[in-house]
Design a protein around this ligand. Structure first.
Ligand SMILES: [Zn+2]
Length: 754
């Protein structure tokens, strides 16, 4: 796996080497930069970014815009303050070609510029030394691109124009340095529009200033670092609705939640319940992740049909107000906005974490989610991921211009969410898990991070190593399918033999990790955990009952499918063999071999005629040997049914296990049986013997001291015989034992002589 990572790093380096540094626009580069391995869509979206943009650092941006609801036309003045981190002989930024650039000023001087192939490039006559703060002012206008700017009228009466710049569409409406790692340190967005329409944007609404022709200028100010794709405007015939969140950490202060939505009472009534959940979400996430990062500004929603939601910093734009969508976009304020993925490869840090925020909202605020249980939510996430066998959460380099891949709901969102849940399970301590999130946010707030940065925080916080975890679940592909055999080898334990196959074995041949198994028995269950590192591992768990089923991952902690679950039965380790054979007469001969009997007290023989109800029919004491002992037990058969036999092996401590059940299909037309009467006897004893096979019957009588006092034999055919014993009249009064041995069986009876 490490080599795999190094290979990727090599790709990054070779990719950057395609770029040509610091030169004026070179449209031919687009062909030069195209890579055969990119998908058709990716190639279409691929565009060149000049490394010379890295010569400056975006410190401040002010957008002063005129825009109207329902129109894509705008005029704008973009003022940037940039810090030269290298000597600047040119300035380059991106703006789509369809926009018209009127003029460019650098430090107040109007300079010539080239606007070509979606870039504005300005040669700076005298090189500006590193460390200098430079002001760049660009006057522009035109019809904004429909890829990143949405306009229209909704069925509930909202006419809007709203932006959505992720991932490469900021340049459709303002000059942008579309490089994730350079956040704009602070932002002002001023929008002039026709009253009474409202304009939502980032940060705080500082002022609404009257302008010409019934227009008003909305002046928004944001003083938190913001990524290039997060400035936004939403212009519409909005009404305003406010909530306030009161996170405990901010008490007694509160956070304003500003909602701009269509001025339609029916619509408002239909979404108010969900909008009103936002304060609870902010309060809960502030508990789990650390205080809402923009508490000194606000949070808010602007309604607009942008085909879902977009987590604009402090002012989400969304088309509808589903509870999980509201939670998702809010979660982004921590994950995506305050901490942003450093490259699109690591979109997991935005979308996986925002998707897991949905899960946490469902888990922690169940009252707000009606019938949705956390388990059901995670099950549907798992189902989505496993609808296809391959694909990594990590976005491969070749796909970083492919928005379908970056925003794959199966991989970036659902698998991204599932593996965070899995990591939480691996930590086995929610305090550590949520402390990891808090530490990550504190270390990378107002900045960017990679998955490896998060991994390091997780490892430092938990003291655990997650290299295998990330190689399998983040960079790797697929999921495991489990095949489990469970069996009982000892009275006080159950053994699981665990095997897995994987859905993308050429990439990820095995998923090590912690997994849960629920072992059930008649009347109960218990859940156990196993850390699996290789196939065919055996795990022994304390368990006295006879297991009848195993459920893999009953609480949906880990992505997995289940293959076969096999009941290996009861196979006591000490019982080396156990056989039941038909005897020479109408009897069953049970033979078994055992060893390590130090703790074995007794073997009870149980039989059943219906394979359900077993009855004890005899027992043999254990020899208690360490080495092998051989046992034999003869059981006469008394009816015509099939008989099932098993041993109950009882330890000295009273615990026991059963052997496997062995059936004997042996039918007897007569069974050996003996009856004596009368008992007590005074003059004679009448013996009635039923004999299934012909042969000699031997009769012995012993007194209470065990001395033989009577002996006789008689030949008997099949059937019943009466054998009177008159000798008893001469016996002393007392208790006697009569023992009858015959080919069909043997038996002993006690009787009393009066
Ligand atoms: Zn999202």
């Amino acid at each position: 796996m490490k080599n795999y990572l190094l290979a990727l790093l090599g790709l990054v380096l070779s990719f950057t080497s395609f770029s040509q540094d610091g030169d004026i626009l070179n449209p031919a580069c687009r062909e030069k930069c195209s890579m055969a391995s990119l998908s058709a869509r990716a190639q279409q979206a691929l565009y060149y970014q000049y490394p010379s943009m890295d010569k400056y650092d975006m410190k401040y941006l002010k957008l002063d815009i005129h825009a109207e609801a329902g129109s894509l036309f705008m005029t704008g003045i973009a003022t940037s303050k940039i810090l030269a981190v290298q000597p600047l002989d040119s300035f380059i930024t991106e703006l789509k070609q369809n926009m018209v650039v009127d003029s460019v000023f650098i430090n107040g001087t109007k300079l010539n510029f080239v606007h070509n192939s979606d870039f504005i490039q300005v040669k700076i006559p005298s090189v500006i030394p590193a460390g200098t703060l430079v002001t760049v002012k660009i006057y522009y206008y035109g019809t904004m691109g429909s890829g990143g700017v949405f306009t229209g009228t909704t069925s509930n009466g909202l006419t809007y124009t709203a932006t959505l710049s992720e991932s490469y569409q900021a340049r459709e409406w303002f000059p942008a340095k579309q490089i994730l790692k350079d956040k704009i340190d602070s932002l002002d967005v001023w929008v002039t529009t026709t009253a009474p329409n409202l304009v939502g944007s980032n940060g705080i609404l500082v002022a609404i200033v009257d302008s010409f022709n019934n227009k008003k200028q909305y002046q928004w100010k944001s003083r938190h670092p913001i990524n290039y794709y997060l400035p936004s405007i939403a212009v519409g015939n909005y009404m305003e609705y406010k909530n306030y969140a009161k996170p405990a950490a901010l008490a007694p202060d509160s956070i304003l939640i500003l909602n701009y939505l269509t001025d339609n009472e029916t619509y408002f009534a239909s979404v108010k319940t969900n909008i009103d959940k936002t304060p609870s979400f902010i309060e809960k996430f502030s508990e789990l992740y650390g205080l809402y990062p923009f508490a000194d500004e606000k949070y808010g929603h602007c309604q607009a049909n942008i085909g879902g939601g977009m987590e604009h910093q402090t002012m989400t734009t969304l088309s509808s107000f589903g509870s999980t969508l509201v939670a998702h976009e809010l979660g982004h304020q921590w994950w995506g906005d305050n901490v942003t993925c450093a490259t699109w490869n690591h979109i997991w840090l935005n979308e996986g974490f925002a998707s897991y925020s949905e899960y946490l909202a469902v888990e922690k605020l169940p009252a707000l989610f009606g019938g949705t249980t956390p388990a059901a939510y995670m099950q549907s996430v798992h189902n989505s991921v496993m609808s296809s066998p391959t694909g990594s959460v990590y976005v491969p380099l070749a796909s970083t211009y492919d928005e379908n891949r970056i925003f794959s709901s199966r991989l970036s969102y659902n698998k991204g969410s599932a593996i965070i849940h899995n990591l939480r399970f691996e930590m086995q301590d929610d305090n550590v898990f949520f402390q990891t999130l808090k530490n990550f946010q504190q270390q990378f707030k107002d900045s960017v991070a990679t998955a490896d940065d998060f991994k390091q925080v997780a490892e430092t916080t938990s003291g655990k190593n997650f290299t295998d975890f990330f190689n399998q679940w983040y960079y790797g592909e697929g999921y495991p399918t489990f095949n489990i055999t469970y069996l009982k080898q000892q009275s006080d334990s159950v053994t699981l033999i665990i095997n897995e196959t994987t859905s993308a074995p050429s990439v990820t041949p095995f998923f090590k990790g912690l997994y849960e198994f629920k072992i059930t028995w008649v009347g109960g269950d218990t859940t156990v955990k196993a850390y699996i590192t290789s196939n065919n591992q055996q795990f022994k768990f304390h368990f006295t009952a006879i297991p009848n089923a195993v459920v893999v991952d009953p609480n949906n902690w880990v992505l997995n499918a289940v293959g076969t679950i096999t009941n290996g039965g009861v196979v006591p380790a000490k019982l080396l063999s156990f056989d039941v054979m038909a005897g020479a007469t109408c009897n069953a001969v049970l033979k078994w071999k055992a060893s390590n009997e130090q703790d074995t007290k007794i073997y009870e023989i149980e039989y059943s005629t219906d394979a359900v109800n077993f009855y004890k029919t005899g027992s043999l004491n254990s020899h208690g040997n360490i080495g092998e002992s051989v046992y034999q037990y003869d059981q006469s058969l008394s009816n015509e049914s099939d008989q099932d036999f098993r041993l109950k092996i009882i330890d000295r401590d009273g615990s026991y296990v059963y052997s496997t059940v062995i059936s004997l299909n042996r039918k007897c037309s007569y069974a050996f049986s003996v009856s004596i009467n009368p008992n007590p006897a005074s003059e004679k004893l009448n013996l009635q013997v039923t004999q299934p096979v012909p042969g000699n019957v031997t009769i012995r009588i012993f007194d209470a001291k065990g001395s033989q006092v009577y002996y006789s034999t008689a030949y008997m055919n099949v059937g019943e015989s009466r054998l009177p014993i008159t000798a008893v009249q001469n016996f002393n009064p007392g208790t006697y034992m009569i023992k009858i041995d015959a080919p069909g069986g043997s038996t002993s009876r006690k009787f009393i002589k009066l």
